[in-house]
Design a protein around this ligand. Structure first.
Ligand SMILES: Cc1cc2nc3c(=O)[nH]c(=O)nc-3n(C[C@H](O)[C@H](O)[C@H](O)COP(=O)(O)OP(=O)(O)OC[C@H]3O[C@@H](n4cnc5c(N)ncnc54)[C@H](O)[C@@H]3O)c2cc1C
Length: 462
C-alpha cells in the first residue's frame, strides 16, 4: 500500500536550523514552494542550544566581572552573587523572543512547516510520520550533536555536554572542561566569571588551536591571569565518579577533581539512520560529501550546514542555505570561500579572526613572501579606557593583499565585520590605510595596524 501523500514541493528541506531555515526563507523569496521539516523547535542548535544562549551567559559573565572590577573605574559596587534562576530567565527570554520572531518569519504561504522526524526514503522524498513529502529538490540540513570520546559516557548530570551546561540551575563550585576549542573556552570563561574553579584539559598543545599561534598564547596568558587552570598537550584518559562529583585522569596519571565535567570535544554530524547512504549519498566519517555547489551528486539532493565538512558555524549555514536556494532557482550564485568566513570566540578575552594564520600563509606562499604585523591594543585609546589588553595581527602577501586578520581583546568580535570586508575584497594594506577610523574606537586599532603595515605608523610603539 502506498503511503499518504504530504504534498509536492519545489524543495523539501530536512532540518530547520540555521542552514535549513535560511534556505527556506530565501527560496520563498524566490517564489519556490517549500516543505520545512523538523522534529524539534524551528531554529535548531544555534538559537536554542548554541550561539544565542551561550552568548547571553557570556554577557551575564561580563557584567559579573565588571561589577567585581568596578572600583578600578571609581564606581563602588559589590558582587553579592550569581542568581542562576535570574540568569536563566534572562537567557531564555532572549531565546524565546528570537524564536517568536523566526516563527513569524517562517509563517508564510510558500513555506509548509512539518513537525516530526523525517527520513530520506527516495531521491526526491522524505517521509515523516508515515506521510511522504516530495520535492523537485531536497536539501539535507540535519545539523550536529555533541560528540564524546570512546568510553566517556555523557550522563547529563556529572558528565555533561553543552546542552546540559546551558540548563544548569546552579553555578558548579568547580568544573573540568574537556576540550580547549571554542565551546570549551567559552564555558570555562563563563563559569570562572560566575565564581567556579575551572580546569581545561586539552590534548592539543594549545588552547583555541585552530587560531594563529600568537592568539593562543595571548588567550593562555589572559586565562592564567584570570586563574583559569588549563593542561594542554595532555590527552584525557578516564573519568570516575567521586562522592560529590568526578575525578578525571590525564596522560601521565595526573588527576583533577570537580563537581562536573563538561565534554566539549567537538560536534558530530547528524546523518546516521536517515536514509542518506541508502539513496547513494557519499558519507565520510558521518559528514555528507558535496561538491563546491553543495550538491551531493545524487538526484537533486543538496546538503548545508554542520553536516557538510568545514567550519561548523551558524553564519556559514545561513550562507549555504541562501546559496542552495539561489542555485535551485537558477541564479547561479558564486561558490562560498570557506576562508572568507569570519570566526569569533566569545570568551574573555574575545578572539576574532579572518583568513589564514601566519603559519598557514607561510605554508601556502613560502615564508619569504609573507609579512605580519602586531598592533598592541596598549596604543589604542578606547582599549585603554576599557582596560583591555590584546592585539590586532595582520598577515599580508608581500606586495599583495591581506591574507589574515587575527584579533584578541575585549569586544574584538565587533571588529570582524571590517576584517571580513578587507579579506574578501582582497584589499592591499596601502588601500585600507587610506580609510579613516573614528577616534576613540577599538576599530581604530585595525586602522592603526594597517597604517603601520603600509609603512606610516601613528600610535604604534615598537
Ligand atoms: C554551545 C554552542 C555554541 C555555539 N556558538 C556559536 C556561535 O557563537 N556562532 C556560530 O556561528 N555558531 C555557533 N555554534 C554552532 C551553530 O550552532 C551551528 O553551526 C548551527 O546551528 C548549524 O546549523 P545547521 O542548520 O547545520 O544545524 P542545526 O542548527 O543543528 O539544525 C539541525 C536541525 O535538524 C533537525 N533534525 C535533525 N534530524 C532530523 C530528522 N531526522 N527529522 C527532522 N528534523 C531533524 C534538528 O532538530 C535541528 O533543528 C554553536 C554551537 C554550540 C553547540
Amino acid at each position: 500500500m502506498s503511503q499518504p501523500n504530504g504534498g509536492n514541493f519545489d524543495i523539501v528541506i530536512l532540518g530547520a536550523g540555521s542552514g535549513g531555515y535560511a534556505a527556506a526563507l530565501r527560496a520563498a523569496e524566490l517564489d519556490l514552494s517549500v516543505a520545512l521539516i523538523d522534529k524539534a523547535e524551528l531554529g535548531g542548535t544555534c538559537l536554542h542550544r548554541g550561539c544565542i544562549p551561550t552568548k547571553a551567559l557570556l554577557h551575564a559573565a561580563e557584567i559579573a566581572d565588571q561589577t567585581r572590577e568596578s572600583e578600578q573605574f571609581g564606581v563602588k559596587a559589590d558582587l553579592v552573587g550569581i542568581d542562576m534562576a535570574g540568569v536563566n530567565a534572562y537567557k531564555d527570554g532572549v531565546v524565546s523572543r528570537l524564536y517568536k520572531g523566526l516563527t513569524g518569519l517562517l509563517k508564510q504561504d510558500k513555506i509548509t512547516i512539518v513537525a516530526g522526524e523525517g527520513k530520506l526514503v527516495g531521491k526526491d522524498t522524505v517521509e515523516v510520520n508515515g506521510r511522504r513529502y516530495t520535492g523537485r529538490n531536497v536539501i539535507l540540513a540535519t545539523g550536529s550533536y555533541s560528540r564524546t570520546i570512546p568510553g566517556l559516557e555523557i550522563d547529563g548530570t556529572r558528565v555533561i555536554a553543552s546542552e546540559h551546561a546551558l540548563k544548569l540551575d546552579r553555578v558548579p563550585s568547580s568544573a573540568i572542561v574537556l576540550g580547549g576549542g571554542v565551546i570549551g573556552v567559552e564555558f570555562a570563561s563563563v563559569w570562572k566569571s560566575f565564581g567556579a574553579d575551572v580546569t581545561i584539559i586539552e590534548a592539543l598543545p594549545r588552547l583555541v588551536a585552530a587560531e594563529d599561534e600568537e592568539i593562543s598564547k595571548a588567550v593562555e596568558r589572559a586565562f592564567r591571569k584570570r586563574k583559569i587552570n588549563f593542561k594542554v598537550g595532555k590527552p584525557f584518559e578516564k573519568v570516575e565518579h567521586t562522592e560529590n562529583g568526578v575525578r578525571a585522569t590525564i596522560a601521565g596519571g595526573e588527576t583533577v577533581e570537580a563537581e562536573v565535567l563538561l565534554v566539549a570535544v567537538g560536534r558530530g554530524p547528524t546523518t546516521a539512520n536517515l536514509g542518506y547512504e541508502e539513496q547513494g549519498i557519499t558519507i565520510d566519517r558521518g559528514f555528507v560529501i558535496t561538491n563546491e555547489r553543495l550538491h551531493t551528486g545524487v538526484g537533486n539532493i543538496y546538503a548545508v550546514g554542520d553536516i557538510v565538512p568545514g567550519l561548523q558555524l551558524a553564519h556559514r549555514g545561513f550562507q549555504q542555505g541562501i546559496f542552495v536556494a539561489e542555485e535551485i532557482a537558477g541564479r547561479n550564485p558564486a561558490p562560498i570561500d570557506e576562508a572568507g568566513i569570519p570566526r569569533v570566540t566569545y570568551c574573555d578575552p574575545e578572539v576574532a579572526s579572518m583568513g589564514l594564520t601566519e603559519a598557514k600563509a607561510k605554508e601556502k606562499y613560502g615564508a619569504d613572501k609573507i609579512t605580519s604585523y602586531n598592533y598592541n591594543l596598549g596604543g589604542n585609546g578606547k582599549s585603554q579606557i576599557l582596560k583591555t589588553a590584546g592585539f590586532v595581527k595582520l598577515v599580508r602577501l608581500n606586495d599583495g593583499p591581506v591574507l589574515g586578520v587575527h584579533m584578541v581583546g575585549a569586544r574584538m568580535g565587533e571588529l570582524v565585520g571590517e576584517a571580513q570586508l578587507i579579506y574578501n575584497w582582497e584589499a592591499f594594506p596601502e588601500e585600507v590605510a587610506q580609510l579613516v577610523h573614528a577616534h576613540p574606537t577599538q576599530n581604530e586599532a585595525l586602522g592603526e595596524a594597517f597604517l603601520a603595515l603600509a609603512g606610516k605608523p601613528l600610535h604604534a610603539h615598537s
